[in-house]
Design a protein around this ligand. Sequence first.
Ligand code: BYC
Length: 347
Amino acid sequence: MATAHKAPDVARDGAAAAAVVTDITELEAVFDAAVAADERIEPRDWMPDAYRATLVRQIAQHAHSEIIGMQPEANWITRAPSLRRKAILMAKVQDEAGHGLYLYSAAETLGVSRDELLDKLHSGRQKYSSIFNYPTLTWADVGAIGWLVDGAAITNQVPLCRCSYGPYARAMVRVCKEESFHQRQGYELLLALSRGTPEQHAMAQDAVDRWWWPSLMMFGPPDAESSHSEQSMTWKIKRHSNDELRQRFVDICVPQAESLGLTLPDPDLRWNEERGEHDFGPIDWSEFWSVLKGNGPCNEQRLTQRKQAHDEGAWVRDAAAAYAAKHSDHDKDRRPAAPGTPAEATA
Ligand code: BYC
């Protein structure tokens, strides 16, 4: 956005700049025009409080999903069937931690601290994706998560690369590149199982049967029940509705399931010539809302484990802070005095 529209600059540059942008209505008009013109809103730009709050909610929920999402997959690192599979899975789980870091950093540009966000996650005041409240019962679940869960994440997140808020959009570019690799590894893992022994094929099918419906729920409630979609789409935070993205995902998965030699567990799934899309069966939304209320199979376990990991990591945070403080003192001592500064002023 143009410099004259940046609220913090108004404060900094004093009366002259304040005269350029006088009241909230004008700031709002400038913001709306920037969004309408597909310009990016940047951290120092003025933005409505509700826009900021919506972004904090969504980005925080996204960041929390990335780090909680490490748990179900990490469950299989020690039992991966080969060194190659283990190395791939470890790399993927580390990528998820990295995604969490980009996203927490993006949220911090909106004026919230990471400590505050983690505190809200740990106390249940902020959510993470419903999908991570389901258990990973067999090795095939690692493949199903890669294919379906990362596949759903990409479908949802590619449009977020065009989100109106700059730091979130830019974080999404790298996240999506890595998610594509994750999706491919899941597909390849399932393909190997599907083409393996009858037991391995059955294990892959069972995993797909259990992960299919929760993956469709990841896109959020139906449009009619989505409280934030309309406003988020007006602000161009979201570019498509929940139902649009869910439909896109179904259409992508059907031919992929055929290539995998696996069946999607929906007897109503069929091509609709007229609509040019697949019809699919009803989603059990009562299950979704129940998981959101904390009653999914793993809600308690995920949060307990997260809090424990946070507590056990306290010494690392303390050590990093002490190290940073020591080096900042050290740097201060070594910094040369500005030319002409009296010696006692720098002592
Ligand atoms: N789970 O008005 P709506 C990943 C909540 S994982 C939990 O449609 P919105 C990955 C919603 O917060 C994927 N809660 O909301 C990581 C709202 O609650 P409140 C993470 C959900 O925000 C590791 C209420 O339901 N990706 O990437 O407009 C390994 C009404 O919903 C869910 C993201 O977070 C859900 N599934 O749209 C592998 C993407 N759905 O606050 C993969 C970014 C809805 O009113 N987020 N709720 O109490 C988004 O795109 C949007 O936030 C959503 C929801 C599409 C998810």
